[in-house]
Design a protein around this ligand. Structure first.
Ligand code: N01
Length: 552
């Protein structure tokens, strides 16, 4: 049946829809549920993929698994939904998360309002009609009063422009665009570029199948064992019985995880005691390692104690001293880049079919038809290249929507020197356009479902307010944006995070991208309170324009 809400581009007229949401991952699905089922709005979600899931639809690389624990990496807005789903492992694997998201979509009957295989190519604000025109790759245009980008922070693959890729005669893949049918590595010489969270998950799994795996490392990385495993019936029952407490903890903690950062300083304990604490945390595994002391991300000397412990672990695990030295030669504070967790990552370098190549001192010069050549002329023959090279994070997914606001202002021009938002939610010059987990919000520094729910709730409450008060147009006040950008910078500079100069938090992984620390490092609990205060004060810092003025 043809979609009656899709039309050819037409002159200004009342919007077909109340809201268009772009993206059907965790964010878009929940936003649809709120706007449609709570507010009763006419909503359509446009999704590039062939199904729900967002990042979990695309990231099907070997070993893909979430680093947040399963009982926290899910929706928690509904106690019923939370208790109905049962996770099988401490960290959910990609297929299980995708099954979960499909289950939620069916349970909430979301799919009927999601248009799949629909890539948005442009979003243009029509000031005269006060609505957004959203164009798809198929050339169709939809219109709506509110436009909500739920495109995720890590959804634009970064394939580095290494000369010669087009001539490579083998196969190559980016982890974020993995073939649905999987990749058979057996009997192949595989080269993997990148040792971030993704690369560290993929290495042990690829190594099990490949004839030989060569890992090309530019920046050595810390990693703590995940200690994954099946969940016991006892733990599952504990999760069901403690829903309210788990949720309350996630809402209050700086990173939205179900554990608290301990109040003690690194210097409150003796060296021996600290060593015992780190050993216990290493045995327990997971992201919680960084929660042992309150000052690990504030005080470089405190951080060094954790960094030294983790580097010693690498040297202990990896048998070849030269490989161990390269892996432990880490140039940034622990957790200043997103800290990976792993299953047998360092152990994998003890396998005879795995080797490590340092491409910091001897960079990749070009891709040849048969492999990689380094600057010193060394050739690495390869059948398959895996790019675990990350994403054009946070701004990339928004900029590729080609959003044009008031007075023909393109988002790319508004952000030429880096993203500027108010609360990571709105941009000056783009009325009624909202970004879920946009730059300037805790987003990637937080357990994603927690910050997604907070943003989607705030946006739904805000839209309800606009409609109730007859407000047609909302956008931030430039002065409020200036204050917020300053605050975001101060919050980052109060931590060690900006000291990892090559981090994607700063946009440093994409050549030519402005170096701006993008996420809000002030903590999710604090951010939540600030957003609530803004709403309570009648959306302080936003310009609200009444209906008559807006359409005059
Ligand atoms: O990407 P990354 P990722 N030549 O940017 C290297 C989330 N995530 O996909 O550090 C050589 O971190 C680059 O080197 P360098 C998580 O938030 C979540 O691993 O720039 N190397 C680096 O080693 C994570 O942080 C889960 O010097 C090049 C690597 O590629 C985010 O996704 C699981 C290169 C890229 O690391 C991104 O992680 C996995 C070049 N030209 C990921 N270009 C969950 O648990 C890049 N590199 C939910």
């Amino acid at each position: 049946m043809p979609d009656t809400l899709l039309r050819e581009a037409s002159p200004a007229r009342a919007g077909d829809l109340d809201a268009i949401v772009i993206g059907a991952g965790f964010a878009g699905m929940y936003q649809l549920h709120l706007l449609r089922d709570r507010l009763g709005l006419k909503v359509r979600v446009l999704e590039q993929g062939g199904g729900v899931g967002g990042t979990w639809y695309w990231n099907r690389y070997p070993g893909a698994r979430c680093d947040s624990e399963s009982h926290s990496y899910c929706y928690s807005f509904s106690e019923e939904l939370y208790k109905e789903w049962e996770w099988t492992e401490r960290y959910p694997e990609q297929p299980e998360i995708l099954r979960y998201l499909n289950w939620v979509a069916d349970r909430l009957d979301l799919k009927r309002d999601i248009r799949f295989d629909t890539r948005v190519t442009a979003c243009t604000y029509d000031a005269a009609a006060n609505l957004w025109r959203v164009t798809t790759e198929a050339g169709e245009t939809l219109t709506a009063t509110y436009l909500i980008a739920a495109v995720g922070c890590l959804s634009t693959a970064n394939v580095p422009k290494i000369p010669g890729l087009e001539d490579f005669q083998g196969r190559w893949y980016h982890t974020g665009q993995w073939p649905h049918e999987g990749v058979d590595f057996s009997g192949s010489r595989v080269g993997q570029i990148g040792t971030g969270s993704t690369g560290i998950q993929a290495v042990p799994v690829i190594a099990e199948q490949a004839q030989h795996l060569t890992v090309f490392q530019r920046t050595a990385n810390y990693s703590v064992p995940a200690r994954n495993g099946p969940l016991s019936e006892e733990f599952k029952a504990w999760v069901r019985d403690n829903y309210a407490d788990i949720r309350a903890t996630m809402l209050e903690t700086p990173n939205g995880h179900p554990f608290r950062i301990l109040e003690r300083s690194c210097w409150d304990v003796t060296d021996e005691e600290r060593k015992r604490i780190y050993e216990a945390a290493w045995e327990k595994g997971g992201l919680q390692f960084r929660a042992n002391f309150r000052d690990l991300l504030m005080d470089k000397a405190a951080n060094d104690t954790a960094a030294d412990f983790l580097k010693a672990k690498i040297r202990e695990i990896v048998k070849d001293p030269e490989t161990a030295a390269k892996l432990a030669d880490i140039d940034h504070p622990y957790a200043a880049k997103r800290p990976p967790i792993d299953t047998n990552y360092f152990e994998t370098y003890n396998r005879p079919n795995v080797s490590l190549v340092d491409v910091r001192s001897n960079p990749i010069e070009r891709i040849t038809p048969t492999g990689l050549r380094l600057r010193d002329g060394t050739e690495h023959p390869l059948d398959i290249i895996v790019f675990a090279t990350g994403f054009d994070a946070m701004t990339g997914p928004l900029l590729r929507l080609n959003v044009t606001g008031r007075d023909g202002l393109a988002l790319g021009d508004a952000w030429a020197e880096g993203p500027r938002t108010y609360l990571g939610l709105q941009v000056v010059g783009f009325p009624n356009f909202f970004t879920i987990t946009g730059p300037g919000s805790p987003s990637v520094l937080c357990n994603m479902p927690i910050c997604i729910e907070q943003h989607a709730d705030w946006i739904a409450d805000c839209i309800a307010h606009l409609r109730a008060k007859g407000i047609a147009r909302m956008e931030p006040d430039p002065a409020a944006v200036e204050r917020w950008v300053t605050h975001v910078n101060e919050a980052a500079n109060a931590t060690l995070l900006p000291q990892a100069g090559h981090s994607w938090y700063l946009g440093a992984n994409v050549p030519g991208k402005p170096r701006v620390f993008m996420p809000y490092a002030g903590g999710m609990g604090r951010y939540r309170r600030l957003c609530a205060e803004v709403a309570e004060k009648g959306y302080e810092g936003f310009r609200l324009e009444a209906r008559e003025a807006a359409t005059a």
